[in-house]
Design a protein around this ligand. Structure first.
Ligand code: PNW
Length: 499
């Protein structure tokens, strides 16, 4: 037994991470705060979804979630006991501006909540990372003008919201993220339709939407409004506040099902470009600002074009590469060349497999269908992103569910001993440290997803991603640390160089 765990921490990785490396956990407002209609908060599109029957797997709402609005001081104490030095969380736009638009009033009570949370974190020596948008649009903006489908109106409203946040919190907050995963937001909300605002071409399930066009418009609106916000920050706030700002992109590794097969190799490349380069090329790329050529080829005019001004706003608009990643897939091409690809296809004409041609598995199963433990993919993805974009990488989300955590309180010791999650963190974080040590990749943060079990969007409370087990039945949402929290504490202590 080493440090209470029955495996040794790699001696050669001791001190591999820079001494100012930031590590901690990430959360999102709608998933943990609760208090959905308290102290002047306006409804968001996720509140609307949750209160529409049939939209959430377990028919739950995020009305209370983890009650972090009430227990934020307890959360900060918990994080301190976990040894973190940073915390990434999102702001609820409709808590700050209940009706959302540039001409609507701000809600002082909402601002006070976040201001108090920031102060509490700083007093505990924890660096706040703020995400402006983690999927919850003020419902009024969806009702008034269909939010991101109306780029001009949305840009103005998002810029004003961001400005309020910079003005009120920028004295103390030095790490800003505009959007969390614009790609997942666009596809889950406007292609598949399971996420807010529930738009899709699937008329059996959803009344409105067009999967063939709307995801691409919504992606463009996010990129352009991000660019505007970054310009405001750099022109008006960065000179005196001195912080950094960027965008966080989602992306999993895609590997050819048969590496010998040219079509499979092309499929893997398309997968990475549709999922990641869709946003990363315009923001972080070199040469002409545009979406990747394979997207233009498949989507044609359905993919928006950048005006000259938009090109200037978007290129170089992130001080770092914000990276959320979870797993890896084996892929092949779906429709053969020469045959038409359905206009609803939004992933690059792919088929997905859990095993490759040789029968090698992509990794151990979690409690979530799409998510397997695939540290080998994470290792490849870090190198792919570094070589393509060469920007300092901030890992802003990475984590897993694990089977067997759906028990009643109090959870037994063996449930809290989440060995599957420990193995996930050990292997992924180990790959991260190796990438830094062996290849000199510039990686500056790691945020586990997530601090505590929470309201996992349309999955409700059925997916538990936390390093803290939550008793959702109890009025105070009692928090029980899982063993992975203790493991990560030890591991980062080992990996981060001493000051
Ligand atoms: C992220 N995928 O979403 C979100 O940022 C979190 O809010 C969420 O709770 C977490 O991951 C877990 O789901 C993703 O299919 C959803 O690859 C799906 C994927 C990736 C990220």
């Amino acid at each position: 037994m080493v440090n209470g765990f029955d495996f040794a921490l790699e001696a050669e990785l001791k001190g591999a991470l820079r001494k100012d490396f930031l590590w901690g956990y990430a959360t999102a407002a709608p998933q943990i705060e609760g208090a959905w209609n308290i102290d002047g908060k306006g409804p968001s599109t996720w509140d609307v979804l949750a209160h529409t029957p049939g939209r959430v797997l377990d028919n739950s709402t995020g009305d209370d979630a983890c009650r972090s609005y009430d227990f934020f001081k307890e959360d900060v104490k918990l994080m301190k006991s976990y040894g973190v030095n940073a915390y990434r969380f999102s702001l609820s736009w409709s808590r700050i501006i209940p009706l959302g638009s540039a001409s609507d009033p701000v809600n002082e009570a909402g601002l006070a909540f976040y201001s108090d949370l920031i102060d509490e974190l700083l007093a505990a020596g924890i660096t706040p990372f703020l995400t402006l948008f983690h999927w919850d649009v003020p419902a009024a903006l969806e009702e008034r003008y269909k939010s991101m489908l109306n780029q001009d109106k949305f840009v103005k409203d998002f810029v004003r919201y961001a400005r309020v946040c910079f003005e009120r919190f920028g004295d103390r907050v030095k790490h800003w993220i505009t959007y969390n995963e614009p790609g997942v937001y666009a596809l889950a909300g406007y292609a598949g339709g399971a996420h807010a605002p529930n738009r899709s071409s699937d008329r059996e399930k959803y009344d409105e939407g067009d999967t063939s066009t709307e995801p691409w418009i919504v992606g463009h609106t996010q990129l352009v409004s991000h660019g505007h916000v970054v310009k405001v920050y750099r022109d008006e706030f960065q000179p005196k506040q001195g912080g950094t700002i960027g965008i966080t992109l989602s992306g999993n590794w895609s590997e050819p099902w048969d590496v010998e097969d040219e079509s499979d190799r092309a499929a893997a490349q398309r997968a990475l470009e549709f999922e990641i380069a869709w946003f990363a090329d315009p923001v972080h790329g070199i040469g002409e600002v545009d979406y990747p050529a394979c997207m233009r080829e498949q989507l044609g005019d359905r993919l928006p074009t950048f005006t000259d001004n938009e090109k200037k706003l978007v290129r170089g608009s992130s001080d770092f590469y914000g990276m959320n990643t979870y797993t890896a897939f084996f892929v092949r091409t779906a429709v053969p060349p020469g045959s038409p690809i359905p206009p609803e296809d939004h992933k690059g004409n792919l088929l997905w497999f859990d095993e490759n041609k040789q029968g090698v598995s992509r990794g151990a199963e979690s409690d979530t269908e799409w998510l397997r433990t695939s540290p080998w993919g994470f290792a490849k993805l870090l190198r792919w992103i570094w070589s393509r974009y060469h920007k300092p990488i901030f890992v802003t989300e990475n984590g897993t569910t694990t089977k067997g955590e759906h028990v009643s309180a109090p959870p037994r010791e063996d449930v809290l001993n989440d060995t599957h999650r420990i193995e996930f963190y050990r292997s992924y974080v180990g790959e991260l440290a190796k990438a830094v040590k062996e290849e000199g990749i510039d990686i500056r943060s790691y945020f586990g997803w997530t601090l505590m079990d929470n309201w996992e969007w349309a999955k409700g409370y059925t997916d538990r991603f936390g390093v803290t087990w939550i008793d959702f039945e109890s009025p105070e949402k009692t928090r029980y640390p899982k063993r992975s929290a203790a493991f990560n504490r030890q591991y980062f202590k080992h990996l981060i160089a001493e000051a």
